[in-house]
Design a protein around this ligand. Structure first.
Ligand SMILES: Cc1cc2nc3c(=O)[nH]c(=O)nc-3n(C[C@H](O)[C@H](O)[C@H](O)COP(=O)(O)OP(=O)(O)OC[C@H]3O[C@@H](n4cnc5c(N)ncnc54)[C@H](O)[C@@H]3O)c2cc1C
Length: 290
């Protein structure tokens, strides 16, 4: 969903999330990984010592080990008529496609994190006049300094602090948004509302198989308490491996993992490191009482 990832090693000119994914697919196929897409995992279970992943088409895939890398999905704004314009003026990504739809019209970006900052700059570069709406009063609280500096230096980006989006308006497409801030309600013309207000972990499919933190992110290795590990681990006579969840053989990496750094480089690194843990797990479980 990222329009331009500028901090991933090896891409000095930046790369969009979509292009990085396309390249990853080619690379995975080169190593003969079997890919199935589009395809949603609906639940996880276990059977005869294997974890069983159930897919939305009803098929099942069994494995001795599973790595969960399902990331997180976006929170929705609580504003009236939001659903009327989703995909038709309300967007959760700012790529060339959305920028093309909005053209040079005014747009509103909501959120105080790096994703919102990147989107504001990207849309501005495409010729839009951008209003950046943040709930708090300090743009630098959750956003990287380099983005804050670029936003503050740009006269075509207006930052509205202590402000929320309360309503959307338009006929067939989004035409205006109502903001509520220190000066009360303000109506702004708006061709695109870009929402970057945080994410919910995509962990529901784990179906209670793994312990989660209070926000639903998956707990792994040192974050797990003895209580969360339960009795089954006592018979295993080992601690969870790096990235292993409370379910032996189930690993979690990237954004879906509790405490992970929500960045591409971190997710890629965790994914590759977890493979070492999978090998260790397979070695443990091939022992006579493993
Ligand atoms: C707009 C935006 C801009 C960003 N910019 C940057 C940046 O500049 N630099 C940076 O380092 N990071 C950036 N990030 C963060 C970065 O994208 C994430 O940290 C990274 O992609 C996490 O990788 P992941 O593999 O854990 O999850 P994701 O990349 O989210 O991948 C998870 C995948 O799992 C799929 N999935 C989810 N549930 C299921 C299911 N039940 N069945 C099947 N598939 C499922 C999803 O569709 C998705 O394809 C940005 C994020 C956003 C949203």
């Amino acid at each position: 969903m990222s329009s331009r990832i500028e901090n991933y090693l090896g891409f000095p000119m930046g790369i969009s999330g979509a292009e990085l994914t396309q390249r990853a697919i080619i690379q995975a196929e080169k190593f003969e990984a079997s890919l199935t897409a589009p395809c949603t995992v609906v639940s996880l279970g276990s059977c005869a010592g294997h974890l069983v992943v159930r897919l939305s088409d009803g098929s099942e895939v069994a494995g001795r080990a599973v790595i969960a890398a399902t990331g997180a999905s976006y929170r929705r704004l609580e504003a009236s008529r939001l659903s009327d314009f989703e995909g038709n003026g309300v967007y959760y990504a700012a790529t060339d496609m959305e920028a093309g739809i909005c053209g040079p019209s005014p747009v509103v970006v909501v959120g105080g994190g790096n994703s919102a900052g990147q989107a504001a700059i990207f849309l501005r570069q495409g010729g839009c006049r951008v209003t950046l709406v943040i709930r708090g009063d300090d743009l630098g609280k959750d956003m990287s300094r380099y983005l804050v500096e670029r936003i503050e230096a740009d006269s075509q980006i207006t930052v509205r602090a202590r402000t929320t989006v309360v309503a959307l308006d338009g006929h067939e497409t989004l035409g205006a948004v109502r903001l509520n801030g220190p000066d009360g309600n303000v109506d702004l013309p708006c061709a695109g509302l870009f929402s970057f207000i945080g994410a919910e972990p995509s962990s529901g499919w784990l179906n209670g198989c793994a312990a989660l933190d209070d926000q639903g992110f998956v707990l792994t290795d040192l974050s797990l308490t003895a209580e969360q590990l339960g009795q089954s681990w006592q018979t295993l006579a080992r601690s969870p491996l790096p990235f292993e969840t409370s379910h032996p053989g189930l690993f979690a990496v990237g954004d879906v993992r509790s405490g992970s750094t929500k960045r591409v480089a971190a997710a890629v690194g965790e994914g590759s490191s977890s493979v070492r843990s999978v090998h260790q797990f397979l070695a443990f479980s091939s022992r006579p009482n493993g």
